[in-house]
Design a protein around this ligand. Structure first.
Ligand code: NAD
Length: 504
């Protein structure tokens, strides 16, 4: 069925999502009949859509006449039977299988046999919703993001018995209303909510291991890796209760695969009632909607390290050290008074010190995956590090005005570990054929606002280096959570882009 056959659209459920979906389609010229079991919710949705259209007119995004015409295309239905003439119903009712199945059964009794039923479920199986229908081939997953008119991504999901032609129809329909479709298999979290787990779970693991504070982890992700928000800012924005339950639900649906493991931190936070912005306190405190970040620690007073021995580091690091005013120790082994600088990739300072026979008291690690030209540097203090040496290294690396974050020792440090987890999970999604490689990246870029999709991020930082980080994490922690995806391993070994599809 081509989109020309979709003339009238029904939307059931007029809450957060239903009203956004209604707005999107009336704006795009479709007549929409909106039904909610609560007449008040429908009326509020209409007022909301009218206000949104007014705002667009005020911003010069549409004319008054177009806004009036769009609103004129919206009608409210007190009774579900008023939807009988539409060609497509999109449901955005409560996230319960029994509720959605019951609704679709009632709709099948009302609608023409060729009408299509679309579900906006986030976490239920489209196949299971369709299984309650007489015509499961007419049921499709159509997953929007909040706020619908602004979040331009839609995931189109076929259930086991969905007519494949409907996937094309819904992809075309998405483009016709100005959105970007991606096609996902019917798997837990589809693409966006699945790919988005790694940022949260690896952030939690770092916090649980006391590698760095929540705000330091967020800062490193933002300022070194170019993310708009780190995991804990995101937790606070979406609500720790809401995102925490998505983390747990996906973990359960993947049979507790350690890749998806959450942390007791989440349940403790939820129990405390500090749920994020909506309660005025979460991982951060809020002054109204304004986040209160801890102050940047001052650069300690004192002298620079006299001499620095740089071991196993990218070539630009010795040059940076000299530029910042320290003398390089170019001996075969560090001189007795030199600060030893290491740049572990997929390792930790302790391992490097043990392997090379370096004294941990005067060794400092530095994050190297992101280069050194940005405005923030991440230093790592090994167990047994001398406080004066840490301070001297802080002074040195803050010497050109860069900000410095100092963390405890950890395999994969902070940001490289989170990036490796994100890339690895994206590769696993590709490996399982949940979506095409380019769709995975598009979904993550648009749906999650990351600076690049997971496969593109892997290509950017180098698949071999990402693999090295993961292999180090797996070997040194023994945690199967870090096992590299076959998709990543094969492409890294062959020097291919992570966006290259499988041969068959
Ligand atoms: P919501 O609670 O804001 O709105 C749900 C509306 O559905 C309510 O107005 C309720 O009265 C109505 N409703 C419930 N059962 C009904 C029924 N049987 N018949 C008619 N109306 C009924 O919920 P929401 O956030 O809009 O979520 C709706 C759906 O969209 C869920 O499946 C959810 O998982 C999914 N979703 C939500 C988001 C989000 O960010 N909120 C994002 C993507 C998908």
């Amino acid at each position: 069925m081509g989109i020309e056959r979709i003339r009238g659209i029904g939307v059931v459920g007029a809450g957060t999502m239903g009203r956004g979906i209604g707005q999107l389609f009336v704006q795009a010229g479709y007549p929409v009949v909106l039904h909610d079991m609560s007449a008040q919710a429908s009326a509020e949705a209409r007022d909301f859509i009218a206000a949104m259209l007014r705002r667009r007119v005020e911003k010069g995004e549409m004319t008054q006449a177009d806004a009036m015409a769009a609103l004129g295309r919206l009608s409210l239905a007190d009774d579900l039977t008023d939807l009988s003439g539409v060609d497509l119903v999109i449901e955005a009712v409560a996230e319960r299988l029994d509720v959605k199945q019951d609704l679709f059964r009632r709709l099948e009794d009302l609608l023409r046999p060729e009408a299509i039923l679309a579900t906006n479920t986030s976490s239920l199986m489209v196949t299971a919703i369709a299984a309650g229908c007489r015509r499961p081939e007419r049921v499709v997953g159509y997953h929007f993001f909040n706020p619908v008119p602004l979040m331009r991504l839609i995931e189109v999901i076929g259930g086991e018995r969905t007519d494949p032609e409907l996937i094309r129809t819904f992809s075309d329909l998405s483009r016709a209303v100005g959105h970007e479709p991606i096609v996902s298999a019917d798997t837990p979290g589809f693409v966006v909510n699945h790919a988005g787990r790694a940022l949260y779970t690896e952030g939690l693991q770092l916090l649980q291991d006391r590698v760095a504070s929540a705000s330091d982890i967020d800062t490193l992700l933002r300022e070194m890796a170019g993310f708009r928000m780190g995991p804990f800012e995101l937790f606070d924005l979406t609500g720790i209760d809401v995102s925490g339950s998505v983390v747990e639900s996906i973990s359960a649906q993947y049979f507790r695969d350690p890749r998806y493991r959450s942390s007791p931190i989440v349940r403790r936070r939820v129990a405390s009632g500090m749920l994020g912005r909506k309660t005025g306190r979460g991982f951060y405190r809020y002054d109204g909607q304004k986040i209160q970040r801890p102050a940047e620690p001052p650069v300690p007073e004192g002298r620079l390290p006299e001499r620095v021995f740089v071991a196993d580091a990218p070539p630009e690091l010795p040059a940076l050290v000299e530029r910042l005013g320290a003398q390089l120790d170019t001996g075969f082994v560090p001189a007795a008074d030199s600060l030893i600088l290491v740049a572990p990739l997929g390792s930790d300072c302790a391992t490097v010190c043990a392997e090379k026979g370096f004294d941990p008291a005067r060794t400092i690690g530095i994050e190297s995956l992101f280069g050194f030209s940005g405005g923030r540097r991440c230093l790592v203090a090994p167990v047994g590090a001398d406080r004066h040496r840490i301070d001297a290294a802080h002074r040195l690396f803050a010497g050109d005005g860069a900000k410095v974050t100092i963390c405890n020792d950890s395999v994969g440090l902070v940001a490289q570990r989170i990036i490796a987890a994100i890339v690895n999970l994206g590769c696993e999604i590709a490996q399982q054929g949940i979506a095409a490689p380019t769709d995975i990246d598009k979904a993550v870029r648009i749906g999650l606002g990351y600076p690049a999709g997971p496969l593109g991020l892997g290509d950017h930082y180098g698949a071999r280096r990402i693999l090295q980080v993961l292999e180090g994490l797996q070997a040194l922690t023994g945690d199967p959570r870090y096992r590299p995806s076959g998709w990543l391993r094969r492409r890294a070994r062959l020097g291919l882009s992570l966006l290259v599809a499988d041969a068959l």
